[in-house]
Design a protein. Sequence first.
Length: 273
Amino acid sequence: MSANIQKVTVLSKTTWTPNLFSFTVTRPDSFKFTAGQFVRLGVNPSKLNYHQQQSSEGADEVPNEDIFRAYSIVSSPFDEVLEFFSIVIEDGAFTSELQHLQVGDELLLNTMPFGFLTLARYQKPLPKDLWLLATGTGLAPFLSMLQDLQTWQDYEHIVLAYSARSEEELAYVELINRLQSDFGELVDNPAKLIFVPIVTREPVAGALSERLPKLLVDGSLQAKAGIELDIDNAHVMLCGNPDMVEDTKETLKSLGMVMNRRGEGNIAVENYW
Ligand SMILES: Cc1cc2nc3c(=O)[nH]c(=O)nc-3n(C[C@H](O)[C@H](O)[C@H](O)COP(=O)(O)OP(=O)(O)OC[C@H]3O[C@@H](n4cnc5c(N)ncnc54)[C@H](O)[C@@H]3O)c2cc1C
Ligand SMILES: NC(=O)c1ccc[n+]([C@@H]2O[C@H](COP(=O)([O-])OP(=O)(O)OC[C@H]3O[C@@H](n4cnc5c(N)ncnc54)[C@H](OP(=O)(O)O)[C@@H]3O)[C@@H](O)[C@H]2O)c1
């Protein structure tokens, strides 16, 4: 096993829908990361308690191999445990196994953190506003940033727009509301975090219903957030579905924004597949 790979133990699991769940694992003492980064997580199907229970009941053998995938960290760099938010893809080599996780299972963690979807990539002076635009599990890195006080101190407004197909797939709404009040109180501005839920495949009261690029072009996202979005005043981060990232990036460019390179420019992105 490579020197960077450590065993971690599953501490809890939350099931949001049949296709979405979150879990926490132990955090190795030496493991450090910056909010927004991702790691490589590994699972060996044959070692999952679920399969061991099945095989004692005579079920077929399962692969005895380590399968790794990239996962953004949900928890803050200051938390004692590591949290992750996962999709379940029916035929996906990794998540069709990961869905069976139970408390006490062992996973592998490559302790080399990766990724540049971090606020440190932006050079100072910072603009007033930070826009965090996510689809599905692409919410994860933004939750980590929102649990870091520095994010709250650096921007005047933080807009979190989070798009899911259905209302039940809008996970973590309670945590978002809690961060809004707890960190809002810490920075003496309860209105600093502006949460804009978007549900695209069913009508939901209080949520927008169109895709992000359309909401930006017709101004409904800005209207719902109650602030303007312009080149001089905003950093914009995009994470999740690569089609959303591409379409939204092009839309932002048509509004005058530019990709962030070497610290300068508005837009930073991360594709999940
Ligand atoms: C930088 C980075 C960070 C990532 N962070 C996360 C994360 O925090 N949570 C997470 O669930 N996944 C994340 N992913 C995706 C993850 O690495 C795997 O692709 C995912 O776990 C599915 O693995 P799989 O083997 O089951 O299916 P794969 O064979 O990897 O994927 C099969 C197909 O499933 C779809 N798909 C894959 N991942 C997702 C997803 N997250 N949401 C919706 N559809 C998807 C795509 O159509 C993909 O082609 C991240 C990917 C990258 C590159
Ligand atoms: N969600 C489910 O019920 C479900 C069930 C079984 C399997 N899966 C699998 O899960 C994967 C999808 O994951 P997901 O649920 O996170 O769905 P997703 O397709 O990434 O959708 C999440 C959100 O992103 C939006 N979106 C998609 N493309 C966009 C674009 N180009 N621009 C702007 N917004 C865009 C969606 O809007 P739209 O609604 O307009 O697309 C939706 O609001 C697929 O592989 C699928 O097979 C999902």
